[in-house]
Write a protein that binds this ligand. Structure first.
Ligand code: CMP
Length: 139
């Protein structure tokens, strides 16, 4: 089925000026960018976005990293977009990511891992609504 998922190109990637290289991987995989904005997240926005991780030992570092520079927030649309995006991204830890994936080729570390992607259709809907209103999404 045609789905939507939320993608974030993280500060390590905007810092290295490789957002286009990452978007090329997404588009080549058949995902369409139907909404996109470059934003500097506030501390509160980053904490809210990652609220499910707030008890994890890496939470504070993760939030600091996500506000350390601009991010590019996107809605991707396509056949099985949630799973397809996760396939193209590769494993969270770039050391475990398959060859040819975004994280294997571009990520610096498990924290500075270049991209975020929703992990389920339900989370995708919530994450998309966190950043975009329906009129900003143009399929
Ligand atoms: P992301 O998909 O954005 O969701 C949570 C993020 O926490 C994850 O990608 C990683 O960048 C980051 N993170 C940092 N340390 C860890 C860790 N030890 N395990 C899982 N995620 C981590």
């Amino acid at each position: 089925a045609i789905e939507r998922t939320l993608s974030i190109i993280k500060p390590d990637a905007t810092r290295r000026n490789i957002t286009g290289k990452i978007i090329d991987r997404l588009e080549t995989a058949g995902l369409r960018v139907v909404a996109q904005k470059r934003v500097q997240l506030t501390q509160a926005q980053a904490e809210g976005f990652y609220a499910v991780h707030r008890e994890r030992p890496f939470f504070n570092d993760l939030v600091s990293f996500m506000v350390s520079g601009p991010v590019v927030v996107q809605v991707l649309e396509g056949e099985d977009a949630v799973a397809k995006n996760r396939e193209v991204m590769g494993a969270t830890n770039p050391e475990n990511a398959d060859a040819g994936t975004i994280r294997r080729d571009f990520a610096e570390s498990i924290e500075a891992n270049s991209v975020h992607g929703s992990d389920s259709a339900e989370n995708a809907a919530n994450e998309i609504a966190y950043f975009f209103s329906e009129c900003e999404i143009v399929g």
